[in-house]
Design a protein around this ligand. Structure first.
Ligand code: SF4
Length: 326
């Protein structure tokens, strides 16, 4: 591993100053970054430890529930406000990684984690995300875990997070600080599709810092569910996952929010499915019909065609749980 400098600034100003220099990288829990450094996928000159910043709070505010970027995944998943208002988020967090990793991983780090495409981690293989212009080992390789939506000629990787799928479904917003100003963006706009620049995972500009996420109030608490289909029950990434929240009043779906994981370079929000469900009764037939809408535009590769069947089946099953049919 390349030698690097480690600093531990204690103020936001000092952090922003440190990360404005090329070659600097933020470290918080380090649950992904340290792996990437050990494997030679990334080699920063300087690690900027941000753990002294006061960004570990979970509280209610004018924009709903605020969760600081340094809050641990395990803390969020057991927080009483989260369990009461947004159990979908707790379910998604508990489906991710392992208890040990959730005790180290932060909310901001979870958002910044990189794809688990095996070719990305193997520095002997071509990968446009790791080395732009080198090619994509997965396209003609073993692409069982890869995307069926929003791919490009450059990259077919998927985003690995469970938490982010729930936050996309819950209409969260992200607050970001730069040296000169703060800005907020919808969570669904934080991560990018690969396009011509798969090396860029998200819209965080160089020198910017995630401060936290806010989840607006909703009526999904009673009717929400996160279903993750994976090769083993624990410590495995999603083949397909679905986050669903339904606002059901007098037996009618007033509002629906859905997002999928394991199928695209970003959490894949199902806007058309949501529209199709609103005004309908929560029935198995309606859920199956809605799930088919989600598959418009899906494109499989040699080894991931099973996702074309698994995805709609997972959507329908998730909706059955969220809708109280199971
Ligand atoms: Fe790299 Fe993306 Fe291709 Fe994987 S799918 S090898 S991350 S370019």
């Amino acid at each position: 591993m390349k030698q690097f400098q480690y600093i531990h600034p204690t103020s936001q100003t000092a952090v922003l100053d440190a990360i404005s220099k090329p070659g600097s990288k933020i470290i918080a829990g380090g649950t992904n970054l340290v792996d990437l450094m050990k494997k030679g996928v990334t080699a920063p000159d300087k690690l900027v430890d941000i753990n002294s910043l006061p960004l570990s709070t979970v509280n209610t505010g004018p924009d709903g529930l605020h969760i600081g970027a340094l809050t641990l995944n395990s803390v969020v998943s057991e927080n009483s406000l989260v369990l009461d208002k947004h159990p979908l988020l707790a379910m998604a967090l508990k489906a991710g990684a392992s208890p040990q990793l959730r005790n180290m991983a932060t909310v901001g780090g979870n958002m910044m984690q990189r794809t688990r495409c095996a070719y990305f981690y193997d520095t002997a293989m071509p990968c446009n995300k790791r080395t732009p212009g080198s090619g994509c080992g997965a396209m003609g390789g073993y692409n069982r875990m890869h995307a069926i939506f929003g791919t490009s000629t450059q990259c077919i990787a998927v985003h690995p997070s469970d938490m982010c799928v729930a936050l996309a479904a819950l209409d969260a917003t992200v607050t970001i600080a730069g040296k000169k100003s703060k800005r907020r963006i919808p969570f669904t706009d934080f991560h990018r599709l690969p396009g011509e620049h798969p090396e860029m995972d998200n819209h965080l500009a160089p020198g910017e810092l995630i401060l936290g996420v806010d989840i607006p109030d909703n009526n999904f608490a009673k009717n929400s569910y996160y279903l993750k289909v994976r090769d083993r029950q624990s410590y495995a990434f999603a083949l397909v996952s679905v986050a669903a929240g339904l606002d059901i009043q007098n037996g009618i779906i007033k509002k629906a929010r859905l997002a999928m994981g394991g199928v695209a370079h970003k959490p894949w929000r199902l806007f058309e499915v949501e529209k199709s469900l609103e005004g309908k009764t929560p029935s198995e037939d309606n859920f199956k019909a809605a799930a088919q809408i989600a598959m418009q535009g899906a494109k499989a590769r040699e080894f991931n065609a099973f996702k074309l069947k698994l995805a709609p089946a997972t959507i329908a099953e998730t909706l059955k749980h969220a809708g109280g049919l199971v």
